[in-house]
Ligand binder design. Structure first.
Ligand code: ADP
Ligand code: ADP
Length: 235
């Protein structure tokens, strides 16, 4: 079945703001699914609902067959280990090297790997090689360019070989060349790792480059409501 099923989602904030006016879509294995929309249309709200940190007002989200908003917290935490998330900001800890940042998920979830120093080092280097950062393993985030930081965050999000990768604005703040590099890397990684990918972006060019399918979130502008549209990608 689909890895993610979103049905009739609505979010009404207590102050009366209403976004996601009945959003429905499915993400299938092998998809690079792009969530598009201008600022303020509800991309962050949707993302927070997809990863279970925020609850919908109406509708449901099934991740790997489970309704995540009805799962008891410990079960949800276990399920969400199969979902890698690349957060838009604060993805890397500034006091740790790139290698140490990528080692974190193993320390949290795989003590048998983390306690074997050589195995941990090899595993981390393999992850860094996949994003072209093996020569920068011992640098700190502040020593890297914007594009390299995004690649390091990508390596960390993919550390535990998630079935589903959710990437929040992975190219925000990057120049066009670095943006293309990240887009190319997203395609390569999804093909190599077999992870299904959801990318949140406001960049139509990225959508054209990477998406198998996607959604354009509707928004209310000047009193007129545009509906949400399902898109076919070109990949
Ligand atoms: P995007 O990520 O697409 O820019 P957001 O999901 O951040 O959009 O916000 C969508 C709308 O919901 C905006 O109008 C925003 O002001 C509003 N919003 C977001 N979070 C809250 C909140 N906690 N309380 C009230 N309104 C909110
Ligand atoms: P971008 O245009 O992608 O932001 P930069 O001009 O920041 O690229 O960096 C170009 C190259 O210089 C990067 O690939 C990186 O290897 C190196 N670099 C950038 N900043 C630093 C730094 N503070 N310390 C070491 N190397 C750096």
């Amino acid at each position: 079945g689909p890895l993610l099923v979103v049905k009739d989602l609505v979010k009404a904030y207590p102050n009366g703001t209403r976004v996601l006016n009945g959003v429905s879509f499915e993400v299938h294995a092998g998809d690079v699914f792009t969530i598009l929309g201008g600022s303020g249309c509800g991309k962050s709200t949707l993302l927070n609902i997809l990863i279970g940190v925020d609850a919908p007002s109406e509708g449901s989200v099934h991740v790997l067959g489970e309704n995540i908003h009805q799962l008891p917290r410990p079960k949800r935490a276990t399920l969400m280990r199969d979902v890698g998330v690349l957060f838009q900001s604060g993805a890397l800890l500034q006091s740790l090297t790139i290698a140490e940042n990528v080692a974190l998920p193993f320390q949290q979830h795989h003590p048998e790997i983390a306690s074997d120093r050589e195995l941990l080092e090899d595993t981390v280097m393999m992850k860094l090689r996949a994003v072209g950062l093996s020569r920068h393993a011992d640098k700190y985030p502040r020593e890297l360019s914007g594009g390299m930081k995004k690649r390091a965050a990508l390596a960390r999000a993919l550390a535990l070989d998630p079935k589903l990768l959710i990437s929040d604005e992975p190219t925000s703040g990057l120049d066009p060349v670095s943006t293309k590099e990240i887009d190319d890397l997203t395609i390569t990684l999804s093909r190599k790792s077999g992870a299904t990918v959801i990318v949140v972006t406001h960049d139509l060019l990225s959508f054209q480059r990477i998406a198998t399918r996607g959604i354009m979130l509707g928004a209310e502008r000047d009193g007129a409501v545009r509906g949400t549209v399902l898109l076919s990608g070109t990949k």
